[in-house]
Design a protein around this ligand. Structure first.
Ligand SMILES: [Zn+2]
Length: 89
Protein backbone atom coordinates (compact mmCIF):
# COMPACT_ATOMS: atom_id res chain seq x y z
CA UNK A 1 0.00 0.00 0.00
CA UNK A 2 1.45 3.30 -1.07
CA UNK A 3 0.89 6.22 1.26
CA UNK A 4 0.41 9.81 0.30
CA UNK A 5 2.93 10.95 -2.29
CA UNK A 6 3.97 14.53 -2.89
CA UNK A 7 4.85 14.66 -6.55
CA UNK A 8 7.50 17.19 -7.61
CA UNK A 9 5.88 19.39 -10.24
CA UNK A 10 8.88 21.66 -10.66
CA UNK A 11 12.10 22.39 -8.82
CA UNK A 12 15.01 24.76 -8.80
CA UNK A 13 18.37 24.58 -7.07
CA UNK A 14 19.51 27.73 -5.33
CA UNK A 15 22.78 28.27 -3.47
CA UNK A 16 21.28 27.24 -0.12
CA UNK A 17 18.33 24.96 -0.82
CA UNK A 18 16.12 23.08 -3.23
CA UNK A 19 12.95 25.00 -4.03
CA UNK A 20 10.17 22.65 -5.07
CA UNK A 21 6.58 22.92 -6.17
CA UNK A 22 4.72 19.81 -5.01
CA UNK A 23 1.32 18.23 -5.58
CA UNK A 24 -0.32 16.28 -2.77
CA UNK A 25 -1.84 12.97 -3.94
CA UNK A 26 -4.38 13.14 -1.11
CA UNK A 27 -5.92 16.58 -1.56
CA UNK A 28 -4.57 17.43 -5.05
CA UNK A 29 -3.41 20.84 -3.85
CA UNK A 30 -0.21 22.46 -5.13
CA UNK A 31 2.19 23.96 -2.60
CA UNK A 32 5.83 25.01 -2.54
CA UNK A 33 8.45 23.90 -0.07
CA UNK A 34 12.21 24.38 0.34
CA UNK A 35 14.61 21.61 1.32
CA UNK A 36 18.25 21.62 2.35
CA UNK A 37 20.73 20.92 -0.46
CA UNK A 38 22.02 17.95 1.54
CA UNK A 39 18.68 16.21 1.02
CA UNK A 40 19.16 16.08 -2.76
CA UNK A 41 17.99 12.75 -4.22
CA UNK A 42 16.58 11.48 -0.92
CA UNK A 43 13.08 10.42 0.04
CA UNK A 44 11.69 12.89 2.56
CA UNK A 45 8.65 12.43 4.78
CA UNK A 46 6.61 15.39 5.94
CA UNK A 47 3.04 16.51 6.39
CA UNK A 48 1.03 18.23 3.68
CA UNK A 49 0.67 21.90 4.63
CA UNK A 50 -2.81 21.93 3.08
CA UNK A 51 -4.56 18.81 4.43
CA UNK A 52 -2.05 17.75 7.11
CA UNK A 53 -1.67 14.19 5.82
CA UNK A 54 1.74 12.60 6.32
CA UNK A 55 3.38 11.57 3.08
CA UNK A 56 6.69 11.46 1.27
CA UNK A 57 8.46 12.85 -1.77
CA UNK A 58 11.52 11.88 -3.77
CA UNK A 59 13.67 14.97 -4.07
CA UNK A 60 15.39 15.54 -7.43
CA UNK A 61 19.12 15.48 -8.03
CA UNK A 62 20.96 18.50 -9.29
CA UNK A 63 20.98 18.48 -13.09
CA UNK A 64 23.90 17.09 -15.07
CA UNK A 65 24.68 20.54 -16.46
CA UNK A 66 25.06 22.01 -13.00
CA UNK A 67 27.33 19.14 -11.99
CA UNK A 68 29.55 19.52 -15.08
CA UNK A 69 30.26 23.13 -14.20
CA UNK A 70 31.58 22.06 -10.82
CA UNK A 71 33.67 19.23 -12.30
CA UNK A 72 35.33 21.57 -14.80
CA UNK A 73 36.42 23.90 -12.02
CA UNK A 74 38.09 21.02 -10.20
CA UNK A 75 39.84 19.78 -13.38
CA UNK A 76 41.26 23.23 -14.07
CA UNK A 77 42.89 23.32 -10.66
CA UNK A 78 44.34 19.82 -11.10
CA UNK A 79 45.82 20.65 -14.53
CA UNK A 80 47.56 23.74 -13.20
CA UNK A 81 49.06 21.64 -10.42
CA UNK A 82 50.44 19.10 -12.91
CA UNK A 83 52.08 21.77 -15.04
CA UNK A 84 53.93 23.20 -12.06
CA UNK A 85 55.08 19.71 -11.11
CA UNK A 86 56.54 19.05 -14.58
CA UNK A 87 58.50 22.29 -14.63
CA UNK A 88 60.54 21.13 -11.66
CA UNK A 89 62.19 18.43 -13.77
ZN1 LIG B 1 -2.73 17.37 1.01
Amino acid sequence: MAGTIFRVQSHKFSQDNIQTTLVCSKCDQVFSKDFLLDLEGQTIEFKCPVCGTAGETDLPYKSAEEREELDEDIEDIEEEGEEEFEEEY
